[in-house]
Design a binder for this molecule. Sequence first.
Ligand code: NDP
Length: 284
Amino acid sequence: MSTPANFLHELVGSMSQGAAGNPTVAMIEAAFVHHGLHWRYVNMEVAPADIGAAVRGAKAMGFRGFNCSLPHKVTVIQHLDGLGESAEVMGAVNCVVRRDGKFVGENTDGKGFLKSLRTAIDPKGKSVVLFGAGGAARAIAVELGLAGTQRITLVNRSESRGAELVGLLRDKLEVDANLVVWPENYAVPAGTDVVINGTSIGLYSPESRLDLDINSLKQGMVTADVVFSPVRTRFLNESAARGCLAIDGLGMLVNQGIVGIQYWTGIDPDAAVMRKALEAAMGV
Ligand code: NDP
């Protein structure tokens, strides 16, 4: 057996999650194996109070980077040497990359989503309806803004979280953004190009539906979901039945992994290999 030349470690939150059971580990390591990289992607549990020590430890041990998930996405920032553009705007990091000996924080969630969306449509100059204002929606909204999306209508249940994100889009990215506090049976405005579920509605719950007037979805619109389990959510199935081009959340998950590997290794990994490994690990 060859000796690994580099180790790549993933920092994860305090949830207990063995490597064998984490589909992301299987996906990233499948790419390393496929491309002949003697790298490892290792799950670690880090308590919130230990994040600074964990970052210093990763640097001392020569890690090329790491992913971090909740609850570390914001608190990790004070321990880093710098931030990429979108991570700076959204104030959250899920991927750290060693560049010239410095740990730089990036956010690959929104970038992964956009890469997946671009298989169907270029968001530049388009009009988007985005449901949600949590971490995933925030990452997506910022990347949409940076990509030149013309208009973002943010639909969210809680007004305060929605207003905060709309303010950020207007003030930092000068996007034409407006907030709709989620009404009953929300109707997507005519002229909308892309409709995105950025909420957790539907996660592990195939029957859950967005409170949306399904008749307002028109043929040719692109719909996309951040939820990846089930892969085909009710929103995607119903919108596809109305003639929309429906993009699933697994594409976002695979593509955020691709962006991370590109950052860490400089190679462009094979998306099909990664998706296959992810699907096998998830049993879909
Ligand atoms: P957050 O908890 O930060 O945000 C959840 C969002 O969903 C909020 O906007 C919340 O609204 C809204 N929401 C939840 N339940 C309801 C409901 N019953 N009615 C109306 N709105 C609701 O979660 P994240 O943003 O971190 O994650 C959201 C989803 O994205 C999860 O399913 C996660 O698995 C998925 N995800 C997928 C990724 C991928 O690669 N495919 C990557 C990252 C996340 P409110 O503000 O009113 O509370």
